[in-house]
Design a protein around this ligand. Structure first.
Ligand SMILES: [Zn+2]
Length: 437
């Protein structure tokens, strides 16, 4: 095992930031303090001017394996994650076939154990993600699965969702909902409004999302079971979840970088790289999602990293699949939304690491077997899953420099601020000087 010493960074704890060195030995943080003595042969990382915090955790990563390995594999997705500063990702279950059984979940966990970052698995709520019969949640929970979702679609039948919530609670797992009423969303390919009419594209109304948020808040009230709301994209959705939280209901919410960075006007290019579900929303909804980062309505930023083969994204807007890449630019876009280099680093790590690790149960104290601890304090005794992030560096996103197999980023050519300098997973430096080690 290598030892690593990270020198002179701004170490970001849950409540305070201190300039210190961090010494990592045998995969664990051995000491945090000023001018630490490091064992001979230790690797030195100069973190002057950088933030040193817990490795980022993505609650929402589509790794596409099994079934669509030409778009992404567990191995390539994990490389993209490491470049983005992530030390753990939750693999979404809408693979082909869906991750609705122990054999497939075990396969993804085994592949993930050889990947650059920790790969946790979200199981499907229903068999085949068809929204009818429940998946074997108990067996999957015994394997260490802590999050369940039919993401890609919401569970349409309220009675099925109620039953799933009731099963989840005694298992100690959490359901996560992709809120969209399928009938109301229909075949829409962008946000419904004046612009969709003008462009001649069928829209998906904001109400398609909000109706399911409202329904699910009531189901949480009925069952008392925790529920996580995926990629909320409208002001009303966030307000409803905030009101439910104020009542004491066990609800959490994530928002995706594209929903606080891009608005529906991007669709006027008819470029399918801007097609995503839920769709890019109105300017006022984008402002509300951006505000949720600072006003506390959002518990986490999650990428919804959704690779697609180039030939599919080059189809006409209404025929192309929805989804965009996210892992390699999320930290920079979140920093930008929080105010750039002057952003509060504690909030940055709350949204990108500590919040998601708590929701996915990946902290050291509750991490299931197979996973090391994420999202904790940067303190002696914690597992050494760390990121060194330079909040000042300016760079430009390029689609041909991605680690992902796919190219479907909407940020090609975008000027960014803030860059991952190093990613350390279980004590190993996997990204150094902004490059894969
Ligand atoms: Zn989704």
């Amino acid at each position: 095992m290598e030892s690593v010493v990270i020198r002179n960074g701004a170490v970001v704890g849950p409540h305070a930031v201190t300039i210190a060195d961090v010494l990592v030995v045998d995969g664990v943080i051995a000491a945090v303090g000023e001018r630490l003595d490091a064992p001979q042969g230790s690797r030195e990382i100069d973190a002057t001017g950088c933030w040193v915090g817990p490795g980022l955790v993505d609650l929402h990563t589509h790794l596409r394996e099994p079934g669509r390995e030409s778009a992404e594999t567990i191995e390539s997705g994990a490389r993209a994650a490491a470049m983005g500063g992530y030390t753990a990702v939750v693999a979404m279950p809408n693979t082909e076939p869906a991750l609705d059984n122990v054999a497939l979940a075990t396969y993804v966990l085994d592949q993930g154990s050889r990947a650059l970052v920790d790969v946790a698995v979200a199981g499907a709520i229903t068999q085949g993600r068809l929204g009818e019969r429940l998946a074997p949640m108990g067996e999957l929970a015994a394997l260490g699965v802590r999050l369940f979702t039919d993401d890609g679609a919401g569970v349409q039948d309220a009675a099925v969702m109620r039953r799933a919530l009731s099963y989840a609670r005694p298992l100690g797992v959490r359901l996560a909902q992709h809120c969209e009423d399928a009938h109301l969303a229909g075949d829409g390919s962008m946000n419904e409004g004046a612009l969709s009419s003008h462009l001649g594209l069928i829209g998906r109304p904001a109400a398609a999302e909000e109706i399911m948020v409202a329904r699910d808040v009531e189901l949480v009230r009925l069952t008392g079971s925790p529920l996580h709301f995926l990629h909320l994209s409208t002001a009303r959705s966030l307000a409803m979840v905030g009101a439910a939280r104020d009542e004491g209901l066990p609800v959490t919410a994530e928002v995706a970088p594209h929903h606080f960075t891009l608005d529906e006007s991007a669709c006027a290019t008819y470029d399918a790289h801007f097609k995503v579900n839920p769709p890019l929303r109105s300017v006022s909804d984008v402002a509300a999602v951006r505000s949720s980062l600072v006003n506390g309505l959002a518990d986490a930023v999650a990428t919804d990293h959704a690779p697609h083969a180039a030939e599919l994204k080059d189809l006409p807007f209404d025929e192309a699949p929805a989804g965009m890449l996210g892992l390699e630019h999320a930290a920079s876009l979140t920093l930008e939304a929080l105010g750039g280099p002057q952003a509060d680093p504690i909030r940055f790590f709350a949204l990108l690491s500590r919040g998601p690790a708590r929701i996915a149960q990946l902290r050291r104290e509750d991490a299931p077997v197979r996973h090391s601890g994420h999202g904790g304090a940067v303190a002696a005794g914690e597992d050494a899953n760390l990121v060194v992030f330079d909040p000042v560096e300016r760079w430009v996103a390029h689609r041909d420099r991605l680690q992902s197999f796919a190219y479907n980023t909407p940020y090609d050519g975008r000027a960014l601020v803030g860059r991952v300098r190093a990613t350390i997973v279980r004590g190993s430096v996997v990204v150094a000087d902004g490059e894969l080690a």
